[in-house]
Design a protein around this ligand. Structure first.
Ligand SMILES: Cc1cc2nc3c(=O)[nH]c(=O)nc-3n(C[C@H](O)[C@H](O)[C@H](O)COP(=O)(O)OP(=O)(O)OC[C@H]3O[C@@H](n4cnc5c(N)ncnc54)[C@H](O)[C@@H]3O)c2cc1C
Length: 408
């Protein structure tokens, strides 16, 4: 006999776990999350998990702003567990031609309520004396921001969702989303069928494939994300602030102890998320170059480790969130495009509101709807920064390339 649920969530990354938590928090009795492996075994478990609010579009900034207090007040809100947030401070730096755009974005973000200021290169140098500011036009500084522990975040959401009555089924792949005419009516899993009033696809890099099998095309592709980790030299033993370096198209942040994580641009598209991954041999040298350019003292850093991961990138590098026209009962929370960790708490709340009340109230997520592609709309704001070469799509069968400006 089939199992039944009010809502089935497919995927146990940070977004699926957050949606299950938010639904259970809002009183939904029968929430079932199916995860094909272990929780956080996709992008979420390898995320650098920067928790900052600087964006060049308002919707993402609002999602990050609404999520921020949840990371900061984690223990109270999750009813226990270890804290997940480490405070470091954050800067987003741009080259001189984009300094005016940055100042305009900071104005927009301050109106939302985000604690941020624009710094001149000299002010940035005062804040981070080891930084090379020669090619920087301006920096947006967020004194309150930091990073999260990704595994503990997903675990905290799992624990709280379970306490509130959600069922989290690990090692339970969804093999098919079931539809009756124009309605999603449940899922088929390796352990049997689950009939449901609503199905949420939060399957990360696997979402396009899962949706295609039910006749729904999502304009998104899987791209690699490369990371190296270095041990800082003794002079830099104190944690530095997090940098998103738009000049170089990268980022770096401190990790526990005396480590620093560096993002290495990666242009490998259409990866198979089930295939083994390995870091290209040149990645450590590229990471070292990026890091020592911005912080010359890092020349004395030593390589600790490196890894390749991936995420699902939409054609305009913004998440796809919300319902699907012509398919009642189906909801998407996917294609986070290398930027979906910090916004996950608000994504959960918004999806729960949409499913329960027909409208997301925490943040209006309509700009992220699937139908924007057909309508030719993009959520991007009026003041973008330099597009990133590593995020420009190769023009091949899977889709046409586009301008991009997203950051982790
Ligand atoms: C190296 C790296 C650094 C990053 N840094 C940042 C950052 O600093 N800040 C930030 O905000 N974002 C960052 N990101 C992006 C962010 O981590 C991702 O956007 C986010 O984790 C995506 O979460 P998700 O829950 O949508 O997907 P995932 O974490 O990929 O989870 C999807 C889950 O669905 C499961 N699944 C798939 N198919 C099925 C099925 N058929 N049945 C059941 N389960 C299924 C998978 O096993 C997986 O666990 C980074 C990503 C990477 C890889």
């Amino acid at each position: 006999m089939a199992d039944t649920a009010d809502v089935v969530v497919v995927g146990g990354g940070v977004n699926g776990a957050s949606i299950a938590w938010a639904l259970a928090s809002q009183g939904v009795k029968r929430v079932v999350l199916c995860e094909k492996g272990a929780l956080a075994s996709g992008a979420s478990g390898r995320s650098s998990a920067l928790v900052r609010m600087h964006y060049t579009n308002e919707t993402d900034a609002r999602l990050a702003f609404a999520s921020f207090p949840i990371f900061r007040h984690w223990i109270e809100l999750m009813g226990g567990g270890p804290p997940v947030f480490t405070h470091t401070g954050f800067v987003n730096v741009v080259s001189p031609p984009y300094a005016e755009h940055l100042r305009k974005n900071v104005d927009v973000l301050r109106k939302i309520g985000i604690n941020t200021v624009a710094l001149s290169p000299t002010e940035l140098r005062d804040l981070q004396p080891h930084a090379n500011v020669d090619d920087i036009g301006a920096a947006a500084y967020e004194p309150d921001s930091g990073y999260a522990n990704p595994a503990e975040t997903v675990e905290g959401l799992r624990r709280r969702a379970t306490e509130l009555g959600a069922r989290i089924l690990q090692w339970t792949p969804v093999t098919k989303i079931l539809r009756r005419e124009s309605r999603a009516v449940g899922v088929e899993t390796r352990a049997g069928r689950i009939d449901a009033g609503a199905v949420v696809v939060a399957a990360g890099a696997w979402a396009p494939r899962l949706c295609r099998a039910m006749g729904l095309e999502i304009p998104a592709r899987v791209k690699g994300i490369d990371t190296v980790v270095v041990t800082r030299p003794a002079e830099l033993a104190e944690p530095h602030v997090i940098f998103i370096d738009n000049v170089q198209g990268s980022y770096f942040r401190p990790e526990s102890g005396i480590l620093t994580i560096v993002g290495v641009p990666c242009q490998d598209w259409d990866l198979d998320p089930d295939a083994p991954l390995s870091l290209p041999p040149e990645a450590p040298a590229v990471g070292a170059q990026i890091l020592t350019h911005r912080m010359p003292t890092m020349e004395r850093a030593t390589l600790a480790r490196g890894y390749r991961a991936f995420d699902c990138y939409s054609h305009d590098r913004h998440a796809i969130l919300g319902r699907v026209d012509g398919l009642d009962g189906l909801y998407l929370a996917t294609a986070f495009s290398g930027s979906g960790f910090k916004i996950a708490p608000a994504v959960g709340m918004c999806l729960a509101e949409l499913i329960l009340d027909g409208r997301a109230k925490t943040v209006d997520i309509e700009p992220f709807s699937l139908n924007r592609f057909a309508a030719g709309r993009s959520p991007e704001g009026p003041y973008p920064y330099a597009s990133r070469g590593d995020q420009a799509e190769p023009k091949n069968a899977a889709g046409a390339g586009d301008q991009v400006t997203r950051r982790p």
